[in-house]
Design a binder for this molecule. Structure first.
Ligand code: MN3
Length: 206
């Protein structure tokens, strides 16, 4: 079974000026789709036809197959990222809110830390909020690297900091993209669901 490009969980024009329909056309329709095709083209040679996406990522990582790792990890990272965004403004609540206040002091302090991590990340990569044991942590990974390949790093929220995520709407102003996304477009309900440690499954396929 070949991997497929998952549908976006909202309309392409749902975010107004925060993320334009044109960005979704390219980011989802061209970039994400290209990773799907690149991974599918390599599954036979790697002997991984029929494997789940998460399994392909881990096996490619173990085998040092960076070409397949990059393509498959980018399928998963983007599939997770789309779900981390919401066109309706939300606030963290319940257990997630308590954990944010315990580990960062407040939501604003968490957002400041995420913004600092993502703005300071050199070149391409992904900013992450993860569950490390019982603790929330902010970190970032380079290029296509993904929590799927790191034991004990349970993904809660990701921000794509590759230029293709923001160049159409914000040109080179990564901090402006981060400010808008973090303040207005995070799906905190999805982040809270991932506290069950099953975030990897929510962007898996195959
Ligand atoms: Mn991207």
């Amino acid at each position: 079974m070949a991997f497929a490009l998952p549908d976006l969980p909202y309309a392409k024009d749902a975010f107004g000026d925060i993320i334009s329909a044109e960005t979704f056309d390219y980011h989802h329709g061209k970039h994400h789709n290209a990773y799907v095709n690149q991974a599918n083209d390599q599954l036979g040679e790697a002997g991984l036809e029929g494997a789940k996406l998460s399994e392909v990522i881990r096996k490619a990582s173990e085998a040092g197959n960076s070409k397949l790792f990059n393509a498959s990890a980018q399928i998963w990272n983007h599939s997770f990222y789309w779900q981390c965004l919401s066109p309706e403004q939300q606030e963290p609540s319940g257990k997630l809110k308590e954990m944010i206040e315990r580990d960062f002091g407040s939501k604003d302090e968490l957002l400041a830390k995420l913004k600092q991590e993502c703005a300071g990340h050199f070149a391409s990569g992904w900013g992450w909020l993860v569950l490390d044991g019982e603790t929330l942590k902010v970190t970032s990974l380079h290029d296509a690297d993904t929590p799927v390949a790191h034991d004990g790093m349970k993904p809660l929220l990701t921000i794509d900091v590759w230029e293709h995520a923001y160049y159409i709407d914000y040109r080179n102003a990564r901090p402006d993209y981060l400010e808008a996304l973090l303040k207005k477009a995070i799906n905190w309900e999805f982040v809270a669901q991932n506290l069950d440690g099953k975030g990897v499954e929510r962007a898996d396929q195959g």
